[in-house]
Design a protein around this ligand. Sequence first.
Ligand code: NAD
Length: 280
Amino acid sequence: MAKIIDGKKISQEIKAELKEKVAVLKAAGKTGALAVIQVGEDPASSVYVRNKKNACAYIGIESLAYELPESTTEAELLKLIEELNQKEEVKGILVQLPLPGHICEDKVIQAISPKKDVDGFHPQSVGAMTIGEKGFLSCTPAGIIQLLKRSDVDMEGKHCVVIGRSNIVGKPMALLMLRENATVTIAHSRTKNLPELCKQADILIVAIGKPRFIGAEYVKEGAVVIDVGIHRNENNKLCGDVKFDEVESIASAITPVPGGVGPMTIAMLMSNCVQSIEED
Ligand code: NAD
């Protein structure tokens, strides 16, 4: 039976470390706020936004909520971002995605000052990560690296297959694994012989966005399996991209859904906020 990688516990450890760091920074006169912008009332986004505000409160940094109506124009949103870019006390700006269809997400991401880009989505942050320079790391992939490190999973020289090539998960994930000296393969919707390829992986990171897609036939005996997917099944229960019940008996370690990768994303967002306060 696989070891369960407990993202809830590890994310709590990270947040507790950050809380201590924030107290030290405060004592040295260094403070700052995270601005959280939500456009519209998508229920899933509202849950994420609430969790982010709660995490800020826990570690001891201020969060400023901007809840804008669905009808907000792109120009209005860009104006708000520009104002927040200029505000001294705002050290991080987060725009909850997805945005309504009439607003261009790329334009919005690029409007955020790279100095406050705590989601790590700005092209400058992505470029810095690619060439190994300092900058904010994309939260979900950075959280997965922490999960692996804090579970004593050795990445050096291991074959890591990442399924998915999105800008927010697959691509940055592959780059961060490369930084850890893994040998990385990126698989995607056009990849041929996916089960055979995945079966070669020592570490299999699954970010496909399709519920319970990966079963036993994709997993090598003893592999470490990280499931990034989040879905609600027909009974309204959360599940991932991996058939946990099938894969658990083959893998040496696996993340559950919920309680695996999900909580790490917010912990790493908090880590980026603290980094921003520290470096300012
Ligand atoms: P996405 O839809 O942007 O990308 C999915 C990727 O999977 C694509 O690159 C595509 O090429 C690949 N893919 C699709 N079908 C495939 C197939 N049949 N075979 C091989 N590859 C295939 O999704 P995303 O934004 O990268 O997110 C992936 C999943 O992770 C989603 O379920 C999302 O909800 C979840 N997610 C979780 C967190 C978290 O904090 N836990 C954060 C971001 C995303």
